[in-house]
Design a protein around this ligand. Structure first.
Ligand code: SF4
Length: 385
């Protein structure tokens, strides 16, 4: 019998979440990348103990779900052997870091990721979702990603530490960045940030918390770079998967191509050094593919809170998406798959799907539609009232 603790939310590998279809284990690859052996190992574990699918999350992590409780210790043992698990749940929890996938060798990103990962082992206890983005590659690409502290470049290429929600950041040297990060975390706690709402930096600043002058009078970040779509990108190729669901055999095949595999927060993997990929099951390489503008959470039967199935409906409606339109189908009002507004958001309710045009899953609905309504005239979802 296993002795681990099952958590309700924010699972890790050591602290899995119990879902309706078994345990969910979230793996946080060190510095946002996998070696070929690690990728092959994850694919094999998913095949053996999970559902043969690997989930790419919006936090640039991997998830394996559908694991029997009795198989968890074996999974932990194998992930430890692959160097994919931290030494303790608290270390795993604190290492909530997204790294730009487009870093170049010798641009300092990996050194900073190493130093800052080590620093998080000394971090104070922070809210579960509190995170860090390391975005010091050739151009900023993570500015739209939800996080709490950002390490990024200013227009003059110097490195700044910027609290999420602040318009400027404190200039730091690479050597000082770890201690500066810890000091900012301490400031967040000492000024009451940890106890307010869900404990996020942006909300703390919005409520009036006053940052030290070095941040207020610091440098603004360099302008954001447009994130490339699926397919070839500078320095490699972005391989996406519908709803982030990648068949484990496809992950193994990508590993066999050689080289590292980098995680991204866009439900895609970045393969540096490749300009093309073989056709592989579940891999999306066309940036215009409407399914890439379609979001759907686990829904029923996998999620205990889901009121209806989501992904089949999303797949059926996706071909009817007008150019540029986005669709979000959510199994409940929580909206896990897409916290932002979509052109059409559909939320499962006891009476059918609530349609929310140009809104988020918890916004007021315009009307309720049955599944039959949705299938009869899906294009009307995207029409102005
Ligand atoms: S949005 Fe609701 S149904 Fe969907 S995964 Fe989250 S909690 Fe479950």
């Amino acid at each position: 019998m296993s002795t681990f603790k099952v958590y309700g939310q924010c699972p890790g590998a050591l602290t899995p979440m119990a879902a309706a279809d078994g345990l969910v284990m979230r793996i946080r690859p060190l510095h946002g990348q996998l070696t070929a052996d690690q990728a092959r190992g994850i694919a094999a574990l998913s095949e053996r103990f999970g559902r043969g699918l690997v989930e790419l999350t919006s936090r640039a992590n991997l998830q394996i779900r559908g694991i029997a409780e009795g198989d968890h210790p074996k999974m932990v043992e194998d992930l430890l052997r692959l160097g994919l698990i931290d030494t303790a749940p608290a270390v795993e929890r604190a290492r909530n870091i997204i790294v730009t996938p487009f870093h170049r060798s010798n641009d300092g990103t990996m050194d900073l990721a190493q130093a800052l990962s080590e620093a998080t082992t000394r971090a104070p206890r922070l809210p579960a979702k509190f995170g860090l983005a390391i975005d010091v590659g050739p151009a900023p690409v993570l500015q739209d990603i939800s996080t709490d502290i950002r390490l990024e470049r200013a227009s003059n290429a110097s490195i700044i530490l910027r609290p999420d929600g602040a318009s400027s950041g404190k200039e730091v040297s690479e050597a000082d960045a770890p201690e500066e990060l810890l000091a900012l975390m301490d400031w967040f706690i000492s000024t009451g940030g940890v106890t307010e709402g869900r404990g996020r930096m942006r909300q703390h600043l919005a409520r009036g918390a006053r940052l030290p002058n070095a941040f207020v009078n610091g440098l603004p970040p360099a302008p954001a770079f447009r994130v490339p779509g699926a397919g070839p990108a500078e320095g490699g190729i972005l391989a996406a998967a519908a709803f982030g669901l990648l068949p484990s055999a496809t992950l193994a095949a990508l590993a066999d191509l050689g080289g590292s595999i980098r995680m991204t927060p866009w439900r895609a993997l970045f393969l540096p050094g490749h300009s093309s990929l073989p056709a592989l099951d579940g891999l999306l390489l066309n940036p215009a593919d409407a399914i890439l503008r379609t979001h759907a959470c686990t829904g029923a039967p996998g999620c205990t809170q889901a009121i209806a199935e989501t992904r089949q409906i999303a797949r059926a409606i996706a071909p009817h998406l007008p150019e540029e339109a986005t669709l979000h189908v959510s199994g409940c009002a929580k909206g896990c798959a897409h916290p932002a507004p979509a052109t059409a958001t559909l939320v499962a309710t006891a009476n059918g799907f609530a349609l929310i045009p140009h809104g988020k899953s918890n916004d007021p609905p315009e009307r309720i539609l049955t599944s039959e309504d949705l299938m009869r005239s899906p294009a009307t979802l995207f029409m102005a009232p």
